[in-house]
Design a protein around this ligand. Structure first.
Ligand code: BGC
Length: 744
């Protein structure tokens, strides 16, 4: 099994550690920012591919262009061409699905590791965690004999209500690409293709089957495409999934502009474009517009658009066989690339191993975000503590499966309650109370997963007996911990949420528990922003966790008890109220038949910062059990040419008593710009471990081309000359140092 990380030359090493004055140099602090690269698709298989195609019948060729089972395409056994075998998805390898319907295949060998969801992975702000995620998951894919993982899902989080926010990474294109690329490389290092989805402009679930998304060109290029572009150009992703919706009037699986012009002509993509499941609407048009494989159409496989209808179209001369060959060759190419064409040393992989659970643990423990910690309420000090009330349905709720869409069948999902049971000394009594019930309006239940309807309607009235039990547990315990938030039934693919409100009456429950036990810690388990303004005001300690994988409960207990010092940072803005968010403030979500992204480039913190709206918790925010000071910020030069790289260094001192990891974030601003810009944009970051009392010098490299904007008139990325302010901080709202540089 390969497990390689390719480091670039010293010039690209992002971190330089120096010891300084009487501070000692940290050991083992070289975190993240290793540059990762995948092998680009070359031409070494061309002659073999040509030979194969020359021997194939038209029917055999067309069999490769569409699903011949729920998750595979046709094989040509006589020529040694196997099926291309796919599996979801973002949380780990999905259980085996029946060949011709959505029912689980009922196998016993498809238990997998459940990895933290995309939002959690992004919250690590750590490229090495993304590589670990991809590499570990790639091994699981091979153990299941799969060729293509339908992941990563990297659409921009435009609205906090988006049903798939938990699955996606971020509201910011730079963080998005810095997580996506190493994930893809890690995966593809295991002879598995990444299928990067959903290309593109698929940022809501409401009406996703037909909504026509209108985005101006600059916004498209600067916000919605960069992670896809990096996935192709830097990650060398071997496949891309076309989205359900329309973009500028054309479905994305038959969108010549997106698939042919941008993806292939501009970015040089040589891999295959796979449709989302049931996202194809035409035969010749789809193929000519750049689609290669049709999947999931709810019809017998031979009735797919790219099946018998395509054979007929060739026979009618609506499309030539030479054109069919182009698509077949692309598919053969990626099959060769991952050694599916009889490659001898193909990775064999392993699944649900202890090592993989530990990968999931590492990611989970770096993903947890400490939002509030007044009077050092956390980590919990156990001296004198004899009992802890554990309250909330989320203390025992499992999220590996559930909701609509891909989950993971796993033998291990440590819940928060189990995590505490595992980690607390047995002398401490746990008083568990469910507190609130997960309940939905019956009439709306059937709408779960209905893409036209709004999300599930919850019953927000508390059950008095449950409240009483929770309040009694809190009263009689020395400490109370409430596990609240949402879950994967409430946050789900195929519907967006209706509001940011905490569902199931949780806010009232939290207030009641806080009233009887001032030593109450609130832990939110959710994948997307929630209205936690009132809760945040009342509680002294607030922790944010995610659908955080097989080891999520252990990681959470380790954070609460101080074995792990939290280092997660929010990958999106937590608004005070929904209407503060750009898509809602501009009344442009979710639209009807059409949705126009009226906020333009001002997505996420770009909007909040430019419009001076205070978020509840800003993008990039997350506390630690220690404190850090930034000092001595400087750039290597004061003036740079357009093809140079700015090297910025800053001393990060751990001024507390606990070792900890901090994320140094670099934002760029150009106040005198001739074009309209966001007040600041993330252009670099680096996570660093600094031991208590130590000082590390962190260096962040910013290629000047990262400062470019997309000039619609010239259709070029353009760096405006002049002065730029580089802002170093530990959230988008906590800027500690500023440096000015000039670009010639
Ligand atoms: C989702 C994709 C997924 C596919 C196959 C679709 O509904 O949008 O993300 O990969 O189903 O399960």
């Amino acid at each position: 099994m390969k497990n390689k990380i390719i480091s670039l030359s010293a010039a690209f090493a992002f971190v330089v550690f120096t010891s300084c004055k009487n501070e000692t140099k940290s050991e083992g602090s070289d975190l993240a920012q290793t540059e990762h690269q995948s092998k680009a698709l070359g031409s070494e298989f061309d002659s073999e591919i040509n030979k194969l195609v020359a021997q194939m019948t038209l029917e055999e060729k067309i069999g490769m262009l569409h699903g011949t089972s729920m998750f595979s395409t046709g094989a040509v056994k006589r020529l040694g061409i196997p099926e291309l075998k796919m599996a979801d998805g973002p949380l780990g390898v999905r259980e085996e699905i029946s060949r011709d319907n959505w029912a689980p295949a009922g196998r016993t060998d498809d238990f997998a590791t459940y990895y933290p969801a995309g939002g959690g992975l992004a919250a690590t702000w750590n490229g090495d965690m993304a590589y670990t995620f991809g590499n570990s998951l790639g091994q699981e894919m091979r153990a299941r004999d799969k060729d293509m993982l339908l992941s990563p899902a990297i659409n921009i989080v435009r609205s906090p209500l988006g049903g798939r926010t938990y699955e996606y990474m971020s509201e910011d294109p730079f963080l998005n690409k810095k997580i996506a690329v190493p994930l893809i490389v890690g995966l593809q290092d295991n002879d598995v293709m990444a299928c990067v989805k959903h290309f593109a402009a698929n940022n809501q679930e409401t009406n996703r089957d037909f909504v026509d998304v209108q985005i101006d060109e600059r916004t498209l290029r600067e916000i919605y495409l960069p992670a896809f572009e990096a996935a192709v150009k830097e990650g060398h992703a071997y496949s891309v999934m076309g989205a359900y919706n329309k973009f500028r009037g054309e479905y994305l699986c038959e969108n010549d502009y997106m698939l042919n012009k941008i993806l292939r002509d501009e970015w040089g993509f040589k891999g295959v474009v796979v449709s989302d499941w049931a996202a194809v609407h035409s035969t010749v048009k789809s193929l000519k517009s750049g689609l290669d494989i049709e999947m999931g159409t709810p019809k017998p496989f031979n009735e797919f658009f790219l099946a018998d209808k395509l054979t007929a179209a060739v026979k009618n001369k609506e499309i030539s066989e030479a054109e069919i060959d182009i698509h077949v060759k692309r598919i053969l190419h990626v099959l060769f690339q991952v050694k599916a064409m009889g490659g001898k040393d193909r990775a064999k992989g392993s699944i649900a191993t202890e090592a993989h659970y530990q990968d999931a643990y590492k990611i989970a423990s770096e993903a947890i975000v400490l939002l509030k910690n007044d009077n050092n309420a956390l980590p919990l000090k156990l001296d004198g503590v004899k009992s802890i009330a554990v309250i909330g349905n989320n203390a025992t709720k499992k999220n590996a499966l559930r909701g609509f869409g891909a989950g993971v069948k796993t033998k291990r999902e440590i819940t928060p309650l189990e995590g505490l049971q595992n980690r607390l000394p047995s002398s401490i009594k746990i008083n568990y109370a469910e507190g609130y019930l997960e309940r939905y309006e019956e009439k709306n239940k059937g709408n779960l997963g209905n893409v036209v309807a709004t999300g599930p309607i919850t019953i927000d009235k508390l059950d008095p007996a449950k409240v009483l039990e929770a309040v009694e547990a809190a009263k009689k315990s020395d400490v109370a911990i409430i596990f609240a938030g949402s879950n994967r039934d409430y946050e789900t693919e195929a519907s967006d949420r209706q509001s940011l409100k905490l569902p199931f009456g949780q806010e009232e429950l939290i207030q009641k528990v806080l009233a009887v036990n001032p030593r109450t810690i609130v832990v939110m388990i959710a994948g997307a922003p929630l209205d936690i303004d009132a809760v945040s005001k009342k509680t002294s300690a607030l922790v944010w966790s995610w659908f955080n994988g097989s080891e999520g409960g252990n990681a959470l207990a380790d954070v609460l008890l101080g074995k792990v010092n939290p280092s997660g940072k929010l990958p999106w803005t937590m608004p005070k109220k929904l209407m503060d968010s750009p898509a809602h403030a501009t009344n442009s979500f979710p639209g009807g038949k059409e949705v126009k992204y009226a906020e333009g480039i001002l997505v996420g913190y770009r909007w909040f910062d430019t419009k001076n709206i205070d978020p509840l918790y800003p993008f990039g925010f997350g506390l630690s059990y220690t404190t850090f000071a930034f000092d001595n910020a400087k750039s290597d030069k004061t003036s740079y040419g357009p093809s140079e790289t700015i090297s910025v260094s800053v001393d990060v001192k751990n001024t507390g008593k606990t070792d900890g990891k901090e994320v140094v974030q670099l934002y760029a601003s150009k106040s005198d710009s001739k074009i309209s810009r966001a007040s600041k944009e993330l252009k670099g970051f680096k996570k660093v471990l600094v031991k208590a009392g130590d000082l590390n010098t962190v260096t962040i490299e910013v290629p000047v081309k990262e400062l470019a904007y997309y000039d619609v008139a010239t259709k070029k990325w353009t760096v405006e000359p002049g002065k730029y302010t580089l802002k170093l901080g530990n959230s988008s709202r906590d800027i500690k140092k500023e440096i000015t540089v000039t670009i010639q």
